[in-house]
Design a protein around this ligand. Structure first.
Ligand code: GSH
Length: 200
């Protein structure tokens, strides 16, 4: 398999983590999104949406959207519950991640670490932080009585939410006020085969 990715990306990291945990060999291809490399005609032929990560499953078969890729890779493994409701709960958290978490927490981190705060972004900072903290609050309350997000077993819902939560401080989010999240981050990082976001 070939993974088209950008190292600082949490969306890409989800896929790298899953590939490592599942022991699936892959070739890593760095796409520098800051230089527009995800918007070239060659890349748009892989993903017309112009975004990494993209997994080339077999020659010419491309799959985009990090959580779709996680679902594909983990299908039939212990990282996806067999129970119908628990499987839907995994999706529930993965949709939450894409709608309520990533657009706030990941976006603010990207502004601060890569793009810088223009006047326009500065004006959007506070609303995004409010929404980001609201998402962290939802996670904190859920984790107060649980080890992992679904079925008290490690699943792709944990991978999806770990990716941008563990680097939320890079976007100025203070995780110190979320002890249940901090304990869960530690549990995820202790899973066998864990790799840091900096590893391709
Ligand atoms: N919903 C998508 C989001 C993908 C996404 O936003 N990728 C960003 C990097 S994290 C990207 O490729 N940006 C480059 C661009 O928009 O040109 C996913 O989960 O994979």
């Amino acid at each position: 398999m070939h993974l088209y990715d950008f190292l600082p990306s949490g969306n890409g990291y989800k896929v790298r983590l899953a590939l490592r945990w599942l022991g699936i060999p892959f070739e890593y291809h760095e796409i520098d999104i800051l230089k527009g490399e995800s918007r070239t005609p060659a890349f748009l032929a892989k993903n017309p949406n112009g975004r990494i990560p993209v997994l080339e499953i077999e020659p010419g078969i491309f799959l985009a959207e990090s959580n779709a890729i996680l679902t594909y890779l983990a299908d039939g493994t212990p990282f996806v519950p067999r129970d119908r409701l628990e499987r839907a709960r995994v999706l529930e958290w993965m949709f939450f991640e894409q709608y309520s978490h990533e657009p706030n927490i990941a976006t603010v981190r990207f502004w601060i670490t890569h793009l810088g705060l223009s006047d326009e972004r500065r004006a959007q900072l506070e609303p995004k932080q409010t929404l980001g903290y609201a998402a962290l609050g939802v996670m904190e309350r859920h984790l107060e009585s649980r080890q992992f997000f679904v079925g008290d077993r490690y699943s792709i819902a944990d991978i999806a939410l770990y990716a941008y939560t563990h680097v939320a401080h890079e976007g100025g989010f203070e995780l110190g006020r979320f002890p249940a999240i901090l304990a869960w981050l530690g549990r995820v990082a202790r899973q066998p085969g864990h790799i840091p976001i900096t590893q391709g």
